[in-house]
Design a protein around this ligand. Structure first.
Ligand code: AMP
Ligand code: MG
Length: 289
């Protein structure tokens, strides 16, 4: 298992307590140092995405969860900035529609997981079905309790069929959330993001933290680990997420490059055969002589 400097992996079987984890961590870096390190990681991620896309043997699924204002949108904007848009898609999960509710809770999720070669980012996810659904008692306890196992089985299926899964919980403090909600109120250009519901949900903060702790503790597995991302500082949040992505994808690179080399050699051999059949040499490029 790779060592991470910025994010914390939830070890399967361990019991994490969110209040013991500093949401304001800065890793001993200044903002400028953090941004510089982030830029390096992002460049690596860009190269990795190209290999993932071209090799077409795996998909990457990044799941982002967090309280309102935790920075899911900002993280998506920044972490995906350098990626090739052709190889990415973002899926946002809202209050389920009538049709979605008439199916099992994974139906709408399974339909939009990334295909091989693609990076899929989930802005919220099936975890809402053990978070908001639990806090607001939208289904009986027996139903949401069974979902931890159901989620693990679902993620196991994805992982077994070559979807690399990374789950990030954006951890902000309750004070930081208040600052951000108030800041949005002060800024007309940002107020569109606000809803009275954000303040209402905030009153259930402790219930949400309990629900998050259970989700992180029950559903962090070797094949689909949870990472806790200290997110009070936006630059640190971006840095920590990109580090997790780079370190998660790194072990696959040799295989992807090997697959690509094989594909390239096969294409070139095919072309050489074509030319031989034409009975001529290779055409020269314009200006090449
Ligand atoms: P936002 O991310 O701000 O656009 O808000 C989306 C809203 O949809 C949040 O309040 C979520 O809690 C809610 N939501 C997402 N999934 C579910 C679900 N499965 N059941 C109920 N509410 C959900
Ligand atoms: Mg919101």
């Amino acid at each position: 298992m790779t060592t991470l400097q910025y994010a914390r992996r939830v070890v399967p079987g361990a019991k994490i307590r969110l209040r013991e984890i500093d949401a304001g961590a800065d890793g001993g870096l200044t903002r400028d140092e953090g941004r510089a390190r982030f830029a390096e990681l992002n460049a690596t991620l860009d190269a990795m995405q190209e290999e993932l896309y071209a090799a077409g043997t795996h998909a990457l699924l990044l799941i982002l969860q967090g309280m309102d204002t935790a920075g899911k949108d900002g993280a998506i904007r920044n972490v995906m900035l350098n990626l090739n848009p052709q190889g990415c898609h973002v899926e946002s999960f809202k209050v389920p529609t009538e049709e979605e509710l008439a199916h099992d809770f994974l139906w709408r999720v399974h339909k939009v997981v990334p295909r091989k070669g693609m990076v899929g980012v989930f802005n919220r996810s099936h975890y809402e079905d053990v978070l908001v659904v639990r806090v607001h008692e939208l289904v009986p306890e027996k139903v949401w309790r069974a979902r931890y196992d159901q989620i693990n089985h679902f993620e196991r299926l994805l992982a077994d069929t070559r979807t690399v899964i990374v789950k990030c919980f954006l951890h902000i403090s309750k004070d930081e959330q208040k600052e951000r909600l108030l800041a949005r109120e002060q800024d007309v250009a940002k107020a569109w993001k606000l809803s009275a519901g954000d303040w209402r949900e905030r009153e259930r903060w402790d219930d949400y933290m309990a629900a998050y702790e259970d989700a992180l503790n029950h559903c962090s597995t070797d094949y689909a680990p949870w990472y806790i991302i200290p997110a009070n500082r936006k630059w640190y949040r971006d840095l920590a997420i990109s580090e997790v992505l780079v370190e998660t994808l790194r072990p696959y690179r040799d295989d992807w490059r090997e697959a690509l080399e094989k594909m390239s050699r096969a294409r070139l051999a095919e072309l050489a055969k074509f030319r031989a059949e034409q009975g001529g040499g290779s055409p020269t490029r314009a200006g090449a002589g």
